[in-house]
Design a protein around this ligand. Sequence first.
Ligand code: ADE
Ligand code: ZN
Length: 331
Amino acid sequence: MTTSNRVPTAELHLHIEGTLEPELILDLAARNGITLPHPTLAELRAQYEFTDLQSFLDLYYANMAVLVTEADFADMTRAYLHRAAAAGVRHAEIMIDPQAHLSRGVPLATSVGGVAAALAESESRFGITTGLIAAFLRDESEESALAVLEELLAMDAPIIGIGLDSAEVGNPPSKFVRLYNRARAAGLRLVAHAGEEGPPAYVWDTLDLLGAERIDHGIRSVEDAALVRRLAEEQVPLTVCPLSNVRLRAVDTLDGHPLPRMLAAGLNVCVNSDDPAYFGGYVDDNFTALRTTFGFDAETVRTLAGNSIRSSFAADARKAELLEELDAWQG
Ligand code: ADE
Ligand code: ZN
């Protein structure tokens, strides 16, 4: 697949901190006078072997130490947008983990402000429309999440919604009912990770207790036939991240990934990169791996990209524009 025929798509499951490439980590460390535990590219790269979600999260949070100034956050975001444009991304809904920065002493104005500054020029510079989602760490308390949400609302942060991420097992959706009620009352859109490592019951509860409009991952839903029927009936969007699932051992190998079964069951699935700097690829790499492994044809790719556009929180006019572009895509 050449750059010119990348399928035009929306990326709906992307952690901006997960786009921090090793080279940029070293550049930012030098710029901020930070000594890293793995100070060379080779040493740093040697850490990118994961056994599960937590083993990844340990490195992901440690590497955030290099993000100090608003310019650091803006540079990281611009680097993602530049790469995403080449990958075919035309609309991106981007998660940030504000608590992970606050706990290191980095104020919300710095982290959110830096990312938002880069997003403000995204459409004119990269042709990518965007939205920012504040994701809350489910291994932290609900009180902490509520306090940060209130601070974001008080500062009129340019966020379109909230998400829920970090260590899933043992941190069920039931822990965050008040957070989601507050965000809904504030007019925010609601998404949440569920069914990545956690059981299908977490997906049910994310829909029923939190009222999430989209499920991030959701791959373990296939273990529960009644849940699959419900997801199909309601066309709940599932933002699937195939290369992430392989690298975090949620599936053994890509050819055992449930995505083809999810498509066959009529689920509203789309393809996303999650933390592309850590998992071996951006959204185009995910599509290429799927085409190679499963022999997906152009129509299947068009279906996946169409699902992403329709499942986005973009304005109706933007969705129509992107669906038209997708229609004209030659495959
Ligand atoms: N934070 C960043 N990436 C994540 C993932 N794949 N699952 C949960 N939390 C995350
Ligand atoms: Zn994720």
